[in-house]
Write a protein that binds this ligand. Structure first.
Ligand code: ADP
Ligand code: MG
Length: 260
């Protein structure tokens, strides 16, 4: 049965997509069967894996609306050992189209259920909003949410807001919604602010922040333009080593024992 994690933060540009792709790629490299679900109409995760969003006829949109099964939209990448359920600009319409439909909040959860036996990890990449799409992502997060937080001024305020939102979802839709962990991203070792922010977030959310911290790394920003995760683009870069460490930390926390 796959573990299902959703990358969430209502703020854009904090590293949700970067984390979904690169954590996913390293989990795959470490022998896990990984599915990445692109739940953002901007389709950044799709593009980051070298897929043209304009060519997608069967993707997350069609699966959410029940037009096709999620399984028919899967794009396997044998080189990376991972699979993508791609997004397309059509997904922007899902928000409006789902509003009047039954069980609109549980569409993604239902669509992914038939796939759970085929994967070890399903990583869902949310849009930067608290929209109906994100609510679907939260309800589908069987094993919790992973919250990327940029090491910047006012980070605590943003996470605080997000935690309140998660609390509201627990009260209304999904009492079992868990936080799997907070990932600190774009850490700058020369900036005191970065260390201050990490300290502050750790103090407020003890035991919820991953030990592995992702540095600001130009290689991580470049990799998407080659359609590659960092594991294939620059495996010895600092950003790569951080996501490898994060993948190992996730596996250890999940009780997955690696061979050798
Ligand atoms: N650790 C990092 N170092 C440098 N650039 C990064 C890092 N993480 C993400 N980026 C870049 O920052 C931008 C926003 O990241 P992204 O993962 O797309 O955020 P989100 O999905 O939360 O909107 C992208 O251009 C991405 O390549
Ligand atoms: Mg994104």
């Amino acid at each position: 049965m796959a573990r299902i994690y959703t990358m969430v933060n209502q703020k854009g540009g904090v590293g949700k997509t970067t984390t979904a792709i690169n954590l996913g790629a390293y989990l795959a490299k470490l022998g896990q069967r990984v599915l990445i679900v692109d739940l953002d109409p901007q389709a950044n995760a799709t593009s980051c894996l070298g897929v043209d969003k304009h060519t997608i006829k069967n993707g997350t949109y069609e699966a959410l609306l029940g037009i096709t099964q999620a399984s028919t939209g899967l794009l396997a990448n044998p080189g990376l050992g991972l699979t993508l359920l791609p997004s397309s600009p059509a997904l922007a319409g899902a928000e409006v189209e789902l509003v009047s439909q039954q069980s609109r909040d549980t569409r993604l959860k239902q669509a992914l259920e038939p796939l759970a036996d085929r994967y070890d990890y399903i990583m869902i990449d949310c849009p930067p909003s608290l929209s109906l799409l994100t609510v679907n992502g939260l309800v589908a997060a069987r094993d919790g949410v992973i919250i990327p937080v940029q090491c910047e001024y006012l980070a605590l305020e943003g996470v605080g807001q997000l935690m309140l939102t998660l609390q509201r979802i627990r009260q209304s839709l999904y009492p079992g919604l868990k936080v799997r962990g907070v990932v600190m991203t774009m850490f700058e070792s020369r900036a005191h602010l970065s260390s201050d922010v990490v300290g502050e977030i750790r103090k407020h959310f003890p035991d919820q922040v991953f030990e592995s911290i992702v540095p600001r790394s130009i290689r991580l920003a470049e990799a998407p333009s080659y359609g590659l995760p960092i594991s294939a683009y620059a495996p010895s870069s600092a950003g790569a080593l951080a996501y490898l460490a994060l993948a190992k930390e996730v596996l250890a926390g999940d009780g997955v024992v690696l061979p050798h």
